[in-house]
Design a protein around this ligand. Structure first.
Ligand code: GDP
Length: 462
C-alpha cells in the first residue's frame, strides 16, 4: 500500500551518539506531532519545510500515559520535496538501543506502519523521485567496499543512466513516428525523415547504445566484481598472493604441497576493480583423495572464471605441469595474466611465459614487490580509462546490462533490415522492442515482482 504512513529507524541498530527515525506518508506530520513537541510550544506542522526543530520526544509509560523520554531534533519535509516524495518527518534522538526502539514504538502507536526493507527508496522510485538505476546505485553506495565503488555508485545516483536511456527512447519514438507517417500516408510528403535519414538515425542510436553496453565491462569490474581464480602448481605461491590481495592471512601458507584443498573465496578491491577472488588447490597429479576433490573444484572455478591469475615460479624453468596449465589456459575464454612469482629469488626470468601470454607480470607475493604492476594490468584489461565513473553513464549490474543488450539486439536487427533494402515499415516491431527494453532499463516498464526483488535487498530504514 503506497498511501499509508511508514516509520523505521534509519540508523544502524546499536548504541550511538544519535539515532534517526524516519516517518513518511500522508499522516507523517500528524504522527510526528504526537511523538515530538517543539520546545517553542508551536506545533511541528507550523514549521516550514526543512527547518530543524528542537523539542521533546514523548512515549507511553506502563499505564499508557504519554511521558517525555528524550530531547531531540525533528525536520519536516513536505511532499513532493522529500526523499520519498511524500510528507516526511525525521526525528533525531539520542542513540540508545532501547530509547530508539521506544521512539519507534511510539510512532507505530500513533498510527505508522513499520517500513519494510527498502520501502522508503521504493516509494521514492514509485513517486518518480528517482529512476531505477539511480535507486540501484543508492543500494550500491550503501554496500560499497572500495573508493571506486563509492565514486561509481554516487555518480549513478545522479540519474545519468536513466537520462541516457530516456534520450535514446525519445529518439526512437521520433523515428517510429516518422515511419508510421510513411506507412499511413505513403503518397503524401508528410514524414519529416526520408528512409535514408531513418537508417542513419537508427545507426546513430545503435552506436550510442553499443557504447553504453560496452561500459558494463567497467561497471561490472567495479561494482559486481570480476570472478578471479588464482591457479598454478603446488608451492608456487598461490596462497601468498591470495593473502597479499585480500590484505590478511586468510589462506595457510606453507611449503607443504597440497595445503589448500578447498576453494577459498573472498571479495577484495585491487586498485579500481573488485575481485571475487578464489584461491585453489595446486594443479598436479596426486593420489591423495581429498586433494583430488580440491583439484576438481579448482577446475570448476577455472571454467567459470573471467580472470585467471596463473602463477608460475619466476626462479625456475617451467615444469611439465606448468606447460600443461599454459596449454589449458590458452584454450580457455578467460582473460589470463601470467604471474611470475618469487621474483625476489629470480635471476634471469624464464621466457616461456611471455611468449605465450601477452599479459605477464613479475612479482613477489612474499615481499609485495611488483603488486602495482599486477594492479595496473588488471585495470587495463577491465577498466575503460576514458570513462569517468563520477559523471558518465555506466551500466553497473546484470539487470541493466540485460535490458540494454535486448535493446541493442533489436536495434541491430532494425538496422540490418534497412541496410538490406527492406521498406522502412519492416523495422517497426524491432524499434518498438528496443523502446520497451529501454523502458525496462530505466525502470518505467518493469514488473512489480522485479521492483519488490530489487528493493528487498535494501536495509530497513532506507
Ligand atoms: P601455494 O601452494 O601455491 O599456495 O604456495 P604458498 O603461498 O603456500 O607458498 C609456498 C611457499 O613459497 C611458502 O614457503 C611461501 O612462503 C613461499 N613463497 C610464496 N611466495 C613467495 C615469494 O614471492 N618469494 C619467496 N621467496 N617465497 C615465496
Amino acid at each position: 500500500m503506497l498511501n499509508d504512513t511508514i516509520a523505521a529507524v534509519s540508523t544502524p541498530r546499536g548504541k550511538g551518539g544519535v539515532a534517526l527515525l524516519r516517518v513518511s506518508g500522508a499522516d507523517a506530520l500528524k504522527i510526528g506531532e504526537e511523538v515530538f513537541r517543539p520546545k517553542s510550544g508551536r506545533a511541528l506542522s507550523e514549521y516550514p519545510s526543512r527547518a530543524a526543530v528542537y523539542g521533546s520526544i514523548y512515549a507511553a509509560d506502563a499505564n499508557g500515559a504519554s511521558v517525555e523520554i528524550d530531547d531531540g531534533v525533528a525536520t519536516v519535509y513536505r511532499a513532493p520535496a522529500s526523499f520519498t516524495g511524500e510528507d516526511t518527518v525525521e526525528i533525531c534522538c539520542h542513540g540508545g538501543l532501547l530509547l530508539t526502539e521506544t521512539v519507534l514504538t511510539a510512532l507505530l502507536a500513533a498510527g505508522a506502519r513499520h517500513a519494510e526493507a527498502g520501502e522508503f527508496t521504493r516509494r521514492a522510485f514509485l513517486n518518480g523521485k528517482m529512476g531505477l538505476s539511480s535507486a540501484e546505485a543508492l543500494g550500491d553506495l550503501l554496500e560499497a567496499k572500495s573508493r571506486e565503488q563509492i565514486l561509481l555508485a554516487h555518480g549513478g545516483m545522479g540519474g545519468r543512466t536513466e537520462a541516457k536511456s530516456r534520450a535514446l527512447y525519445e529518439e526512437l519514438r521520433h523515428i517510429l513516428a516518422s515511419i508510421y507517417v510513411c506507412i499511413d500516408y505513403p503518397d503524401e510528403d508528410l514524414a519529416d525523415m526520408t528512409p535514408e535519414e531513418i537508417l542513419g538515425a537508427l545507426e546513430r542510436c545503435a552506436a550510442s547504445l553499443d557504447a553504453l553496453i560496452s561500459t558494463y565491462r567497467t561497471g561490472h569490474a567495479v561494482a559486481e566484481g570480476i570472478r578471479t581464480v588464482i591457479c598454478g602448481r603446488p608451492n608456487v605461491g598461490k596462497s601468498s598472493l591470495y593473502n597479499r590481495i585480500v590484505g590478511r592471512d586468510a589462506a595457510i601458507v606453507t611449503d607443504v604441497e597440497g595445503t589448500t584443498r578447498d576453494v577459498l573465496t573472498e571479495t577484495a578491491p585491487l586498485g579500481r576493480v573488485t575481485l571475487l577472488l578464489c584461491d585453489t588447490a595446486g594443479l598436479h597429479a596426486t593420489e591423495d583423495a581429498v586433494e583430488r576433490i580440491g583439484i576438481t573444484r579448482a577446475r570448476a572455478e577455472l571454467a567459470r572464471a573471467e580472470l585467471v591469475l596463473a602463477l608460475f615460479d619466476a626462479s625456475s624453468e617451467p615444469t611439465e605441469e606448468d606447460l600443461s596449465l599454459c596449454r589449458e589456459l590458452e584454450a580457455g575464454e578467460a582473460s589470463v595474466i601470467a604471474v611470475l612469482n618469487k621474483c625476489d629469488l629470480a635471476g634471469e626470468l624464464p621466457s616461456a611465459y611471455r611468449e605465450r601470454f601477452p599479459n605477464t607480470v613479475c612479482l613477489s607475493a612474499a615481499t609485495g614487490e611488483g603488486m602495482d604492476a599486477l594492479t595496473e594490468t588488471v585495470e587495463r584489461l577491465f577498466i575503460d580509462g576514458s570513462l569517468d565513473p563520477r559523471s558518465d553513464a555506466v551500466l553497473s549490474n546484470a539487470r541493466q546490462h540485460a535490458a540494454a543488450l535486448k535493446a541493442g539486439r533489436a536495434l541491430a536487427a532494425a538496422v540490418e533490415a534497412l541496410r538490406a533494402g527492406y521498406p522502412v515499415d519492416v523495422c517497426c516491431s524491432d524499434v518498438e522492442l528496443a523502446m520497451e527494453a529501454l523502458a525496462e532499463l530505466d525502470g518505467r516498464a518493469i514488473s512489480e515482482d522485479l521492483v519488490s526483488e530489487i528493493f528487498s535487498h535494501f536495509c530497513v530504514g532506507k
